[in-house]
Design a protein around this ligand. Structure first.
Ligand code: IMP
Ligand code: MG
Length: 178
């Protein structure tokens, strides 16, 4: 198989914009009177996070965490390595973890466990996409944009070998001959 290219538009920019607005409304309602720390998971969440935060009429701070998981394929609940730690303190904060996509759920499950140990006042998860698939790690997503089929997708921050993050819509990919 050759390289992968965007093939079918799965979610268009207008639907994304509308859903992001709805998620922001929900978050705004739930966090009234609180200061929120948005913690984006690098790198895929940065476009979603940038759009989401601009709809929030709340005091908001932003930071990022970079996590790499190993044993992904093996489905081991293997440890994750933090290659970028949040620079703001987590302890005592209302943290909303922002993720692009939940696939096996391993990254998120491990990260939630790790962050809980840092003593946040509260910790919730917001994910733009979640793949519908068997054997996904049990991790609660409090705010979910879209549930999608178990296919590889790109665009709106999501990449395939670092390509296509800049596309405004979300696409499935297909192999093309070189
Ligand atoms: P998980 O630990 O299997 O849930 O993997 C989550 C991470 O893998 C996401 O944060 C993405 O960076 C990446 N990922 C999983 N599925 C896709 C996809 O379809 N497109 C792009 N990245 C993906
Ligand atoms: Mg990611």
């Amino acid at each position: 198989m050759g390289t992968l290219r965007p093939h079918r538009r799965l979610i268009g920019r207008r639907r994304i914009r509308q859903r992001v607005r709805e998620l922001a409304q929900q978050i705004e309602g739930d966090y009234q009177g609180r200061h929120l720390l948005l913690l984006g998971i690098l790198k895929g969440s940065f476009v979603f996070l940038a759009d989401l935060m601009r709809h929030l009429r709340l005091p908001v701070e932003v930071d990022f965490v970079g996590a790499a998981s190993y044993g992904h394929r093996a489905r081991s609940a293997g440890a994750i390595t933090l290659y970028h730690r949040p620079r703001l303190p987590i302890k005592g904060r209302h943290v909303l973890l922002v993720e692009d996509i939940v696939d096996t759920g391993i990254t998120l499950a491990q990260l939630v466990k790790h962050l809980q140990e840092m003593g946040p006042a509260s910790l919730r998860v917001c994910a733009l996409l979640r793949k519908k698939k068997e054997g996904q790690a049990q991790v609660e997503v409090h705010y979910l944009g879209f549930e999608i089929p178990d296919e590889f997708v790109v665009g709106y921050g999501l990449d395939c070998q670092e390509q296509f993050r800049h596309l405004p819509d979300i696409w499935t990919v297909r192999g093309v001959e070189p």
